[in-house]
Design a protein. Structure first.
Length: 537
């Protein structure tokens, strides 16, 4: 076996169990990975120097093909209602078959950190079949200094082999696609999908399992911090605006997707950003646009002109879930430490596909917990395999696919932190207004930015609020620079009776969804449920 690059000699591929590999390329930097990806025909170079790759049939995550090993450690700690289950024996068979499948192949290995805080990070080794996958994960996780690599001992190992096809009967899985996690052995096996996001979300799932035991809240959110050290968190599913809204030129970016909240403050899990690029423009999102046209960035499923090599960010013919993976340093105002103090504001982003929620609402602590555990939003097209149009959904904690533990554990941690640090909580609708999806239009980003600006500078708290007729939260009556109709959603609909019926339907959906959580929460959280409090105007 030929080995190239920097690695810990005592903990190489043979230590993990690989046999008769053609080669292992260790911790290659960006230029070398570009060379391998081009030579192997995995990708092309686009205008500006980005590496453009396609993921084939899988253009989004495959959450139904994710499984966790059931053993004495996970028996009572994993939320099995939400997670697929395989036995230790099935995982071992899968592991052995992965090892056999890799024989004769060249693999790429990266030694990386999951987590900016040295006290809570996890040392992660990622073996990939593709060079561009190695570049992707090198960009999305945190890169150790090269002087640290000689002594690097992994605490989590991921093996990513897109050419491996699982056998449902032999391996106890659903299809030929598999994402299998053994938390006891700290091994993740990914097969039959080229969607690179599976790797980064496997690290997130692992941190979501271990960190709560250390009193650290793992969060599916973006984060930034103002000049006065006032940090803010933006919870939300993919496509709801986490990346876009946290990339604020007037604030320092901590990260766009995954963070932890410890006794010392917040910290990013990642070293890069994974932004949706469909309809990306220099005018609307200048920082992300510039980062998506530079050397070292990976474009995923973006249509590239075959002659000019110019990316067409408006073309969703491959998928609406086109992506750009770039390092944090590509954003001019990104934090060098990826850490900040305790947040002053929490913003929960919901893409309301029914078009009845206001653009912003202030939440009481109990309402914040209710909406956090509910996680109402819309799955945006392409984010998960098979999702073609926005679908209203409840994704608890705004990240159900990544939660190994029961939502009540994360909710309890978050509630304690909000109370301890006196955090203001807000619900922001980045979805539809003037009608449901297909009739109404997306909430104007200009209005969203204006409202968030007032949240972050503290001035929104001083405006006059009304109590929403359906959800009971506080909504501003009027805000300078924002169309007042948006703040009164029923006025944006052509048929107010239809608005009322749709709002009642959504309230009913909230109530039915929360039944399964009621025995796990306090009475004040249950009382924060939406209901028809007064007659609609």
């Amino acid at each position: 076996m030929r080995e190239v690059g920097l690695r810990n000699g005592a903990f190489g591929a043979d230590k993990f169990g690989f046999k008769r590999l053609a080669a292992v390329h260790w911790n290659l930097p960006e230029p070398a990975l570009y060379e391998h990806a081009i030579i192997r025909g995995e990708a092309t170079i686009a205008e500006g120097g980005t590496l453009a790759a396609d993921t084939g049939a899988h253009t989004g995550r495959s959450p139904k093909d994710k499984f966790i090993v059931f053993d004495t450690m996970t028996d009572k700690t994993v939320w099995w209602d939400n997670n697929g289950k395989i036995t230790q024996e099935q995982f071992q068979t899968l592991h052995d078959d992965f090892i056999a499948h890799a024989e004769g192949k060249e693999l790429f290995a990266q030694d990386l950190y999951g987590g900016a805080d040295p006290k809570h990070r996890i040392k992660t080794r990622v073996y990939t079949e593709y060079a561009w996958h190695s570049l992707f994960i090198r960009t999305l996780l945190r890169r150790p200094d090269r002087s640290e690599l000689a002594a690097f001992v992994p605490e989590l190992t991921i093996v990513d082999l897109p050419s491996f096809k699982a056998d449902p009967k032999r391996h106890g899985v659903r299809s030929e696609t598999v994402i299998a996690i053994d938390f006891s052995r700290r091994i993740v096996l990914i097969g039959n999908t080229s969607y690179a996001g599976e790797m980064k979300k496997s690290v997130f799932s692992t941190l979501n399992y271990y960190l709560p035991g250390n009193g650290v809240m793992p969060m599916h959110c973006s984060a930034n911090v103002g000049p006065q050290g006032d940090s803010a968190l933006f919870f939300g599913l993919s496509g709801t605006g986490k990346t876009t809204l946290s990339a604020d030129p007037n604030r320092t970016l901590i990260g766009d997707d995954e963070h932890g909240w410890s006794g010392d403050g917040i910290f990013n899990f990642e070293g890069g950003c994974y932004a949706k690029t469909i309809r990306l423009s220099a005018e609307a999102e200048p920082e992300i646009y510039a980062a998506s046209k530079r050397f070292g960035t990976v474009l995923e499923n973006v249509v590239i002109d075959p002659e000019t090599r110019v990316p067409n960010f408006d073309d969703g013919s491959k998928t609406e879930n086109t992506r750009s993976a770039y390092p944090l340093e590509a954003i001019p105002n990104a934090s060098r430490t990826s850490c900040a103090g305790h947040p002053k504001n929490i913003i929960m982003l919901t893409a309301d596909a029914f078009g009845v929620m206001p653009p912003i609402a202030k939440l009481t602590p109990a309402q914040a917990m209710y909406h956090f555990i509910s996680g109402y939003t819309a799955k945006v097209a392409g984010t998960e395999k098979g999702v073609k149009d926005p679908e209203a959904t409840f994704s608890t904690c705004f990240g159900a696919p990544f939660l190994p533990r029961h939502p009540s554990e994360y909710g309890k941690l978050l509630r304690e932190l909000i109370a301890k640090h006196d955090v203001d909580c807000w619900l922001v609708n980045t979805g539809w207004t003037g009608g449901k999806y297909g009739v109404g239009s997306r909430m104007p980003i200009k209005a969203t930015r204006a409202l968030l600006g007032r949240v972050l500078d503290g001035s929104l708290k001083s405006v006059k609020f009304r109590t929403d007729s359906y959800f009971g939260f506080a909504v501003p009556e009027a805000v300078d620079g924002v169309d007042s109709k948006l703040l009164h959603p029923e006025t944006t609909w052509s048929d107010r009776k239809e608005f009322a019926a749709t709002a009642r339907h959504l309230v009913d959906m909230f109530q039915k969804n929360f039944v399964k959580f009621e025995k796990h929460v306090d009475a004040d959280i249950k009382a924060a449920a939406p209901e028809i409090r007064i007659a609609a105007e």
